[in-house]
Design a protein around this ligand. Structure first.
Ligand code: HEM
Length: 235
């Protein structure tokens, strides 16, 4: 519905756009970030850019929420951190799910028309994924500082339960979601360009498969092995 510029709902926010909706969300700029139809090497560039650009937005939010959680953990506050970490994990779930959309690309059309216009563009240079990885170690450090302040080993945290256990599981969830994204991304890459080729920066695609095993908090996975052993000893 067109807005009457002198009417009751005329925009009151500064900026471009016919309505406050467009001004607040800066939809003019947002929707100009994708190539226009006449600029596209192939019509599916819109799909390709939409999935990548929206992934960058969700990753930006995820990293901000992890940073926020780290700050509250630094103040000894676990409950607000859990809330933010739930959101961060959900961001990763959303971008993992939307990778499905890329499987709508034809491998031939992608390789023939889209890949040549990407230059040296590589996911290794993704600011969002880089940020998600960069903010993660400080969260782990914050958790361990709290744990040590209470004089607990990781095994004790897991045996006793409580709020530190909840935090450890939220970190595990974040870690798991990141590698679930990597696994799904690897599957999509294998389906679109193959798993015996090299990427736009010369990285063998097989290497991506290996990264799936990378863990942010290996100790939180190791403790499960210890618990299994311990339980055997106590049986
Ligand atoms: C047709 C779809 C896609 C293909 C063919 C593809 C291909 C690749 C390849 C070959 C690599 C290895 C590095 C290189 O040589 O460039 C890579 C890495 C990466 N890609 Fe993609 N990609 C696709 C979609 C996406 C999407 C939607 C994202 C979302 C942000 C993304 C983010 C990344 C990231 C973050 C890495 C580094 C992974 C890591 O460090 O584990 N890719 N991609």
């Amino acid at each position: 519905m067109a807005i009457d510029p002198s009417g009751e709902f005329a925009p009151i926010l500064p900026g471009r756009g016919a309505s406050d909706y467009e001004r607040y969300l800066r939809t003019d700029e947002l929707l100009a970030l994708e190539k226009r139809p006449e600029e596209r090497a192939h019509r599916d560039e819109l799909l390709f850019q939409t999935v990548h650009q929206s992934s960058e937005l969700w990753l930006q939010l995820a990293a901000a929420e992890v940073e926020g959680a780290t700050a509250t953990v630094g103040e000894g506050e676990i409950r607000p951190a859990l809330r933010l970490l739930r959101r961060a994990a959900l961001c990763l779930q959303l971008i993992t799910r939307q990778l499905d959309m890329l499987e709508q690309l034809s491998p031939w059309e992608y390789t023939r028309h889209i890949r040549p216009v990407l230059g040296h563009g590589s996911g290794f240079d993704s600011p969002g994924f880089g940020a998600a990885r960069r903010v993660s170690p400080a969260l782990g450090d914050g958790f361990h500082r709290l744990r040590r302040a209470r004089g607990l080993s990781l095994v004790e945290v897991y045996r006793e339960g409580g709020d530190l256990y909840d935090l450890a599981e939220a970190l595990t969830e974040w870690d798991e979601r990141l590698s679930a994204w990597r696994l799904r991304h690897f599957q999509v890459v294998a389906r679109i360009i193959g798993d015996e080729v090299v990427g736009t920066q010369g990285t063998p695609v097989q290497l991506l498969g290996g990264l799936v095993k990378n863990r942010l908090y290996p100790e939180l996975w190791q403790v499960r092995n210890e618990l299994t052993e311990l339980a055997k000893g106590e049986a």
